[in-house]
Design a protein around this ligand. Structure first.
Ligand code: HEC
Ligand code: HEC
Length: 511
């Protein structure tokens, strides 16, 4: 995982520079009447003037300091042709229908990458298909440059990009598919490409059912984390509901809270029965092929870059030595620049949204209030899912991938040592902010529909946290409306369509 130094002194420089010399007192010693007369004139002028518009503070920061700030969000150099055969297969799968029982759904229905030029989907293009899909499509994260992160999913339930792709294939909120159906499709349409990338298709998979997957492993919150959850629940009616239900079911309230924190969607019985009908050796073979499908999708995603936003163009000019003023251009004007400074200064957004994707890759409880009746345990639940995932880096299926050994496994080992996980409760992974402003659904539960609403939340921090305790780095910001609008404009300047570093050469896979 990339590391970024969070302890930059900039905010203090900036907050110092905000209280400028404006508060100097006028010198005394003049006749009283003159002063009074002056005051009356000034008061008159002030009364006649229209009320001043909300201020946009000029955050004083030298171009040199700004270069340092901007340098930290520079994207890593792009690597071409890392795993071309895998990526070509992954690209074909990403665009392929038939991986989901919803026949027209592809990965690209929700994630706006991977389409041939000119045919890119936008995050809301499935609006007509089904409300549920629209909802999750609008909340689908940007997938470019993801491989730098150590955890995936908003609650960090996957410890590698490949595992996250496998999750997406079976997740009811994603493709809602089954691994045996994925295998059937790969065998039918992409067997040659698969064998070119990974070797022969296992013989013992002949004649297996066309759809099926196992029940997910029922993870639980550690008892002390669940107890902390009960103690910190922000909604009394919810607590009351949990106590009543626990009482009726003769369970402890902590167990009831843990059950609700995972909210597993049951697997259709014909699917679980079909998977159970395989011999243990066949199950292992099926999982092996399935894991490779995840590696192919991950290889494709690792070729997706998004590096030509108005902000990137501004940053490139600035880093070449031009002044901030000279570096302004199309889509990045004085307001976006003011927003950039506010983002790093009084807004303190970079405490968490730092680095090339504007994410520290870590988990924070930002204290959103309760919504609906779900328990948003966040990372506390995601970690338990990651630990029990057969496709995590400790499992046999993805253990051999170089990716897993270098970054993810380190994270998983470290995470499983930290048994307490108090800060994990209600914490979600800091989302990257590139290509975010285009969406129409924000936060893990999609509660906000505009970036402006998100901004207002961080400014006011209204409501009691749903669960756990709010990250102490957050406090009310008291930005003016204009300042918030400037930050929103800055976030809008982080949009850039993803491009594929290795557009497919294979006609067969480009169908
Ligand atoms: C119905 C919409 C939808 C479809 C279809 C879909 N996804 Fe997603 N995807 C999402 C949403 C929503 C999330 C965020 C879920 C979460 O982490 O809680 C997500 C998350 C992800 C992530 C993790 C991103 C991150 O920042 O950690 C990856 C990787 C991913 N999807 C890949 C895929 C692949 C590969 C496919 C096709 C096999 C796919 N998705 C299909 C909606 C979708
Ligand atoms: C303490 C860390 C922290 C700070 C400081 C912070 N954020 Fe966030 N931000 C997060 C986390 C964590 C989430 C995701 C919460 C969730 O999924 O429920 C988030 C979500 C967002 C989102 C929604 C993105 C999405 O994909 O849903 C935006 C936009 C955003 N933050 C912008 C900002 C801005 C602007 C600031 C400064 C005013 C800021 N953040 C300060 C941690 C932080």
């Amino acid at each position: 995982m990339l590391k970024f130094n969070k302890k930059i002194s900039l905010p203090s420089i900036l907050s110092r520079s905000l209280s400028g010399p404006a508060s100097e007192q006028p010198k005394g010693g003049r006749p009283m009447t003159l002063i009074l007369l002056g005051l009356v004139v000034v008061a008159g002028i002030v009364l006649l003037l229209p009320r001043p518009a909300p201020r946009l503070r000029e955050v004083a920061i030298s171009d040199e300091d700004l270069r340092q700030v901007v340098g930290r969000s520079r994207l890593p150099p792009t690597v071409r042709q890392r795993q071309p055969a895998l990526a070509a297969l992954g690209r074909a799968l990403f665009r392929s229908s038939g991986l989901s029982p919803q026949s027209d759904r592809t990965c690209g229905s929700c994630h706006a990458i991977g389409s041939p030029p000119g045919q890119e989907v936008t995050a809301t293009s499935t609006a007509t298909a089904q409300h549920q899909v629209w909802q999750t499509a609008a909340n689908a994260p940007d997938l470019a440059h993801l491989d730098a992160d150590g955890w995936f999913g908003r609650d960090g339930r996957s410890d590698s990009l490949a595992a996250a792709c496998l999750e997406a294939l079976e997740d009811p909120q994603g493709m809602n598919g089954s691994r045996l159906a994925v295998l059937a499709l790969v065998k039918q349409r992409f067997k040659d490409a698969y064998e070119e990338a990974f070797g022969a298709w296992p013989v013992n998979l002949a004649g297996i059912p066309e759809a099926g997957r196992p029940e997910p492993i029922q993870a639980k919150l550690p008892i002390e984390v669940a107890a902390l959850g009960l103690a910190t629940l922000g909604s009394f009616p919810l607590l009351d509901g949990i106590l009543t239900q626990a009482n009726q079911q003769h369970a402890t309230p902590a167990i009831e809270l843990s059950r609700r924190a995972f909210n597993f969607v049951p697997v259709p019985t014909q699917w679980s029965a079909a998977f159970a009908s395989l011999s243990p050796e066949q199950q292992v073979s099926a999982n092996q092929v399935y894991a490779k499908v995840g590696q192919a999708l991950a290889a494709f995603l690792m070729d997706q870059v998004s590096d030509n936003s108005p902000y990137d163009r501004f940053a490139a000019q600035l880093l070449q030595g031009r002044s901030a003023q000279e570096s302004l251009g199309q889509g990045f004007g004085a307001t976006e620049l003011a927003g950039l400074k506010l983002f790093h200064g009084p807004g303190q957004c970079q405490n968490c949204h730092s680095g090339p994707r504007f994410s520290d890759g870590l988990f924070h409880n930002i204290g959103l209030p309760q919504r609906g009746t779900d328990i948003a345990a966040g990372r506390a639940a995601g970690l338990q899912i990651a630990l029990s995932d057969p496709f995590n880096c400790k499992g046999v299926y993805l253990a051999q991938s170089a990716e897993a050994i270098t970054t993810a496994c380190k994270s998983l080992r470290a995470a499983s040592v930290d048994k307490e996980g108090r800060e994990d409760l209600g914490a979600f992974r800091t989302p990257g902010l590139r290509n975010g402003a285009k969406r129409s659904s924000f936060m893990h539960d999609g509660r906000f529909t505009t970036v402006a609403e998100v901004m207002t939340y961080f400014n006011d921090l209204e409501g009691r946290p749903a669960i756990g305790t709010r990250d102490p780095q957050l406090h009310r910001l008291d930005l003016t409306d204009e300042e918030m609008a400037a930050i929103v404009r800055f976030l809008g300047a982080l949009n850039s369509p993803a491009r594929d570093l290795n557009p497919s050469q294979s006609a067969a896979l480009n169908r």
